[in-house]
Ligand binder design. Structure first.
Ligand code: COA
Length: 256
């Protein structure tokens, strides 16, 4: 059952976490982050969970952070930020699978860099519109994406906010497999089942070894978050958020 717009279910050794706010394209609210963090932490503690799978309800994976919440944080009405989510995500010991059922915006894309396997529906696309919101990248995407697909491709995505489709993401090594939309969950669950059937300690140790070369990730997450907090309070971001809420185009022409 969905609670705080996140549905958490367990089937055999797989814990499924589903963003469940389709009327807002699964935009992630503070309550949703808190619920996902609790589920990830429980997953690492609970020996019955072997694998965690992230997905979304409907035709969006997630439209990213709730922009109304960004405004609340910018106004100083809420000090909570994304760091508990990014810590729980990047430090999860058990394998994490992303099942991308549609567009993945902002943190929807950056969180996938912390998944061990990603399956995408053909309708998925990936976009990080941080600069057009007056923000900077997060989740160590400024470190992981240039490494994964090269400086220029990462710059097109992170500087220009250019989207890529599912096939491109697979060709760039960001997605393991692209399947027809209707086959997504069966494919992702089958992968999860294969991982869940393997010796769990061996799987966890192997994941830790694969991530061993990424010791600089927590430092980059913290560095990005420092800048991100400043940017949230910037006049550029205020104009971008107001434009989104007012359903108009932002005007950055007066900024120097
Ligand atoms: N935060 C808050 N609300 C959001 C949201 C977000 N990230 N994304 C979508 N919504 C809301 C819209 O405000 C709208 O609410 P309303 O019905 O009360 O007016 C509803 O979800 C549907 O969105 P809408 O824009 O009408 O749907 P669409 O299918 O035309 O477009 C998107 C979908 C995702 C392309 C568009 O909503 C969008 O660009 N969202 C913002 C994405 C973003 O910049 N995220 C932050 C990344 S850091």
């Amino acid at each position: 059952m969905s609670q705080d717009n996140v549905a958490v279910t367990r089937e055999d050794g797989t814990l499924e976490i589903r963003f469940d706010r389709p009327e807002k394209r699964n935009a992630l609210s503070r309550a949703m982050y808190a619920r996902v963090v609790a589920a990830l932490e429980d997953a690492d503690r609970d020996p019955a969970v072997r694998v965690v799978l992230l997905t979304g309800t409907g035709n969006y994976f997630t439209s990213g952070n709730d922009i109304g919440d960004f405004q609340q944080r910018a106004a100083g009405n809420d000090q909570r930020d994304g760091s508990p989510f990014l810590t729980a995500l990047s430090s999860l010991a058990k394998p994490l699978i992303g099942a991308v059922n549609g567009p993945a915006i902002g943190v929807g894309t950056t969180m996938l860099a912390h998944c061990d396997l990603v399956v995408a529906a053909r309708s998925a696309r990936f976009v990080m519109p941080f600069t057009s919101l007056g923000l900077v990248p997060e989740a160590a995407s400024s470190l992981l994406f240039p490494r994964l697909f090269g400086h220029q491709r990462a710059s097109a995505m992170l500087l220009l906010g250019e989207p890529i489709d599912a096939e491109t993401a697979r060709d760039w090594g960001f997605v393991n497999e692209v399947v027809e939309d209707g086959a997504l969950m069966d494919t992702a669950r089958a992968l999860a089942g294969r991982l869940a059937a393997l010796p769990p300690q061996s799987v966890r140790l192997t994941k830790a070894l694969i991530k061993n070369g990424k010791t600089d990730v927590p430092g980059r997450i913290a560095e990005e978050l420092g800048l991100f907090r400043e940017r949230l309070r910037s006049p550029e971001a205020a104009e971008a958020f107001a434009a989104f809420m007012e359903k108009r185009r932002p005007d950055f022409s007066a900024f120097r």
